[in-house]
Design a protein around this ligand. Structure first.
Ligand SMILES: *[C@@H]1O[C@H](CO)[C@@H](O)[C@H](O)[C@H]1NC(C)=O
Ligand SMILES: *[C@@H]1O[C@H](CO)[C@@H](O)[C@H](O)[C@H]1NC(C)=O
Ligand SMILES: *[C@@H]1O[C@H](CO)[C@@H](O)[C@H](O)[C@H]1NC(C)=O
Ligand SMILES: *[C@@H]1O[C@H](CO)[C@@H](O)[C@H](O)[C@H]1NC(C)=O
Ligand SMILES: *[C@@H]1O[C@H](CO)[C@@H](O)[C@H](O)[C@H]1NC(C)=O
Ligand SMILES: *[C@@H]1O[C@H](CO)[C@@H](O)[C@H](O)[C@H]1NC(C)=O
Length: 928
């Protein structure tokens, strides 16, 4: 029995380790005819037979490299189309995407191919084969823009497009994160392992991320030439500590070159340069230097002032030998020919050493077709007769357009015409078409569409509409006659019925409606039809009157019940005496939710203001209990100046309009004898600030509770930003304005500083208000207030939740500001050190990482780079799932995990957890 469980435990422990890397890799052998595991790397390759239904398989002639995935290639037709592979990704996760091209020798004297490679709408490379026996490798490092990417080939100028393999490798957390990843991908131009023992590249399993590290022994034109005399190769078998950001493989770091004559020089060409690059150098001291020996050097070329003057002392920088030192340039401009040299300093006894380099070009992410248009096109694709493999993929407009659409020429690219005549389409015309408002031509004639004309009243640019020869039915909508650009409308040979809108007949357009037996022109409605219509209208009117009468009665009864329940403690809805028009013409309290409460009642409830429970933005807050037992928080507006009055009225008018479960509800107000008082629902658990920073209460907040609080508060703010019209900016988001109710659910409080964002302005100028430590620096500097200022402050709240630190501390020395502190840790990829020591080991790193990542985006310098509240909510929900995944994993050990393992997603299996069961374990229903 005991041993049985031991084996089980062993299996459970080892399973994720075996599968984590391999299952997350996508390795497609293009042109291959079967699935197999390749012996050299142990990777599982799948044939693209089931994925790609275009092109043909070709055996490679005179193969130098006998590696199985390279034995066949797939050739595509030479035409105007693009041919795309779709790869599943996890949005915002970083990946290495690799395509390889080995052509082999040509049987005929044909020229080698040259064609384009695209990743979505981003131009990736021009693949030009000069040498049939060389494997051309194209790699791109991306942060996935959505849940899938398309790799497309097209536009051959010679020969036909082809591909040998396509590989997708997820990277770990912060690897290869850059400051530019919102707008740029990174195209790998060189990744070289110096001192390599053979010509073979190093990749999986030596590199767990399966990067290809090219050997410096490879000989080809303009690759690592101009090597300085005295350059020697050194190596070690000792382990190297590589736990830095980019985790280069130990095997790569175990070899190096040393310039024994005091300098190292190399020259190589960088494809597609000049350009801006991310460049890394990897060093590890692998010689045992004696105490009278030193190794110090400088980079002489390329000359970059800040870097070239710095002395590289590997052992000192890495704080020890056999440890990785990884200096890098975030953004350096390089030429097509890169010459670089390292030279020892005069006081150094040893020459320079180099283990590896990596250089990637920043490639601007191409502009995709409009998202709404793409949704509509995909809905239309679904009506095409089944043969999904032959259907169009990739971006509809870039690099080549789908053959049945036309696109506008400027970004964002819009669909201007759909040509699907006689394509055997069936079903109803997809209603999504209503958002394609750049459409000028719609050709859907000669198909088998059924049902009515979809709503096309928004398509104001429509000129030509062909719907003839289908099986459409229903009435002709009257807006057709007022589509401003319409010139031609063909609907003949369908089953339309009813009256043709007279304005359509009188308009000067081409209009063909023959062959619709049910269609009538003008006023010739049959008397029978009239009678039927008359009767139904009368019945309908009678029915509506009945419904209104019934609901009125019900409503009145309910209202009178409520009044008697309240025992008269709260007045019925009243309008204020002074009719301040704050809400754009609507009277204050028009919504009739907050009530006016008598001062005497408030005094009774609070026992003459005895129990002080805190201080809000404008005044002291007291605890109270109304006659009906309801607990309340009573806020007295401190200074009854005119400013105070205005803010008081603002708050009342705002709050009485806003209802959301994550916003503290206003119960009533009082404006009597110079007192201005607001009465809120009492929040039993006080402020979030107390729970995080107060040493007695804080133990209650485990990580999942913190995540739930973050999600609640984010939903409250999101409602203010997008659910209210006009939208509202809170302006004072902080942990002491996030309150916790009796169930520890969070509600956002204190709208005293809120201003309604003008509908037609993107910002309002006003004196910067807010709390030190939470104040958006951009708002402070420019006085331009947007929702993104709240996002900034909320980012600080998230950082507090993760770290348990205050936004500003005196006792942390140089790291007094939480933003600087967190940013430097994130840059190092060290989320572990950010986590609140009180949470200790109870947090999954991936979950914390997800929140930290979005928090750092929130505190970006520029508002435009910060996420929206909606994106923050999604990130927090992700984090909850990642965290909960750990619990689900335990289900496996109880034997019920079998069904779940089929739901393993790429991400979760990589992180060695199960994805939660979405059908019943979805955390909270959305707020509204
Ligand atoms: C290869 O594997 C893929 C994915 O697992 C599968 O869809 C396909 O049917 C397999 N093909 C063959 C020939 O076994
Ligand atoms: C991924 O990153 C985590 C945290 O930094 C680390 O513990 C883990 O070993 C990394 N995985 C690999 C394969 O390097
Ligand atoms: C890199 O630096 C150049 C010059 O300073 C700048 O124009 C560019 O926007 C920066 N970023 C990228 C990704 O190229
Ligand atoms: C360091 O000292 C050793 C003997 O202790 C000597 O052989 C060697 O030449 C010295 N190296 C240098 C660079 O002075
Ligand atoms: C360098 O390493 C030594 C021991 O290996 C350690 O005591 C010291 O704190 C380290 N210094 C830094 C700055 O990390
Ligand atoms: C439509 O269907 C007919 C009959 O099945 C077929 O002959 C024709 O090729 C199809 N047309 C298209 C464009 O698929």
């Amino acid at each position: 029995m005991g041993s049985y469980f031991q084996i089980l435990a062993l299996l459970l422990l080892s399973l994720p380790c075996i599968f984590s890397q391999v299952t997350e890799f996508t390795s497609i052998d293009c042109g291959g005819d079967s699935n197999y595991t390749d012996k050299k790397t142990g990777l599982a390759w799948i044939s693209d037979n089931g994925i790609m239904n275009h092109g043909k398989t070709v055996d490679i002639q005179n193969l130098n490299d006998e590696w199985e995935p390279y034995k066949k290639r797939r050739d595509f037709p030479t035409d105007d189309r693009k041919y795309c592979y779709t790869l599943d990704t996890k949005e915002r996760r970083r990946y290495l995407v690799r395509a390889t091209f080995l052509y082999g020798s040509t049987e005929t004297a044909d020229t080698y191919p040259s064609f384009l490679l695209y990743l979505d709408a981003t131009k990736w490379a021009t693949v030009t084969v000069f040498d049939g026996s060389r494997t051309y490798v194209k790699e791109m490092i991306i942060r996935a823009p959505s849940s899938s990417i398309d790799v497309c080939l097209c536009c051959a100028t010679t020969g036909s497009p082809f591909i040998s393999t396509l590989e997708l490798r997820p990277l770990n957390l912060s690897m290869y994160a850059t400051d530019y990843e919102d707008n740029f991908y990174m195209k790998v131009a060189a990744r070289v392992n110096f001192g390599a023992p053979t010509k073979d590249p190093i990749r999986y399993p030596d590199d767990p991320f399966d990067r290809v590290w090219e050997s410096d022994q490879v000989k080809r034109p303009n690759f690592l030439v101009g090597v300085a005399p005295g350059t020697e190769r050194i190596d070690t078998t000792k382990n190297i500590e590589v736990n830095n950001r980019e985790y280069p493989p130990v095997k790569v770091m175990q070899t190096a070159v040393v310039g024994t004559e005091g300098y190292l020089t190399y020259r190589l060409t960088l494809e597609d340069f000049p350009g801006n690059a991310r460049a890394f150098a990897y060093f590890a001291e692998i010689e045992n230097l004696r105490s009278n020996e030193t190794r110090k050097f400088r980079m002489e070329h390329p000359y970059v002032p800040d870097y070239s003057n710095a002395v590289v002392n590997i052992a000192e920088n890495a704080n020890g030998t056999y440890k990785l030192y990884e200096p890098s340039y975030m953004n350096v401009t390089l030429d097509f020919v890169l010459s670089f040299s390292f030279v020892k300093t005069p006081d150094s006894t040893e020459g320079p050493l180099l283990s590896a380099i990596e250089i990637s070009k920043y490639v601007q992410i191409g502009s995709k077709a409009d998202a709404q248009d793409v949704i509509a096109l995909n809905a239309i694709l679904a009506t095409l007769p089944a043969d999904p493999g032959k259907q169009d993929k990739g971006d509809p407009c870039t690099p080549t357009r789908w053959e049945w659409v036309l696109c506008s020429s400027t970004a964002p690219r819009r669909i201007t015409a759909i040509h699907l005549s006689q394509r055997n389409l069936t079903g109803v015309i997809p209603p999504e078409i209503q958002n394609m408002d750049a459409l000028t031509e719609l050709w859907l004639d000669g198909n088998s569409f059924t049902g009515p004309i979809p709503d096309i009243s928004n398509l104001l640019n429509l000129k030509i509409v062909h719907l003839e020869n289908n099986r459409l039915n229903g009435f002709l909508p009257s807006y057709l006659s007022s589509l401003p650009s319409l010139q031609e409308l063909y609907i003949q040979n369908n089953y339309f019925s009813g009256k043709i809108p007279p304005a359509l007949l009188s308009r000067k357009i081409v209009f063909n409606y023959n062959g619709n037996p049910g269609l009538t022109k003008g006023m010739r409605l049959g008397t029978k039809v009239k009678l039927v219509v008359g009767i139904s209208v009368a019945a309908l009117v009678a029915f509506i009157i009945l419904v209104i009468w019934l609901s009125l009665r019900k409503f009145r009864r309910k209202a009178s019940q409520q009044n008697s329940y309240k025992g008269g403690s709260l007045h019925a809805v009243t309008k204020p005496q002074n009719g301040h028009n704050l809400t754009r013409g609507a009277h204050l309290m028009d919504d009739g939710v907050a009530c006016c409460i008598k001062l005497s009642e408030i005094e009774a409830a609070t026992m003459k203001f005895t129990k002080n429970i805190g201080r809000g933005s404008f005044g002291v807050v007291y605890y109270g209990r109304m006659k009906d037992g309801k607990e309340v928080a009573v806020k007295i507006i401190g200074d009854p100046t005119s400013q105070g009055t205005k803010q008081f009225l603002t708050e009342v008018s705002l709050l009485s309009r806003i209802h959301h479960r994550n916003l503290v509800p206003l119960i009533g107000y009082c404006e009597e004898a110079n007192h201005r008082i607001l009465v809120y629902e009492y929040m039993h658990n006080g402020t979030l600030r107390d729970h995080i920073h107060d040493s007695i209460k804080q133990r209650q907040l485990d990580w999942l509770t913190r995540l739930r609080i973050a999600e609640d508060a984010a939903k409250g703010l999101e409602y203010l930003h997008t659910g209210c019209s006009p939208s509202i900016i809170h302006r004072d988001v902080k942990t002491s304005n996030i309150l916790l109710d009796i169930n520890m659910r969070a509600k956002v409080a204190d709208f005293g500083l809120s201003r309604q964002a003008e509908e037609d302005l993107t910002h309002i100028s006003s004196v910067a208000k807010g709390t030190v430590g939470y104040l958006d620096p951009e708002y402070y500097a420019c006085q331009q207030l947007t929702e993104k200022s709240d996002v900034y402050s909320f980012g600080i709240v998230l950082l507090e939740l993760i770290s348990g630190r205050k936004p500003i501390t005196e006792d942390y020395g140089t790291d007094w500001n939480i933003v600087h502190w967190a940013r430097s840790l994130i840059r190092k990829g060290d989320v572990g050190s950010m986590i609140d020591p009180l949470l200790a080991d109870s947090v999954k790193l991936e979950s914390a990482w997800r929140v930290a990542e979005v928090a750092i985006q929130c505190v970006e310098q520029h508002g435009t780079s910060r996420p929206k509240m909606q994106e923050i909510i999604m990130a927090v929900q992700d984090a909850v799932m990642l965290e909960k995944g750990a619990e689900n994993n335990q289900n496996i050990s109880s034997g019920s995990g079998r069904a779940q393992s089929s739901r393993k997603t790429l991400l979760t299996s990589f992180l060695e957890i199960e994805s939660p069961d979405l059908s019943n374990a979805r955390l909270t229903p959305s707020a509204r």
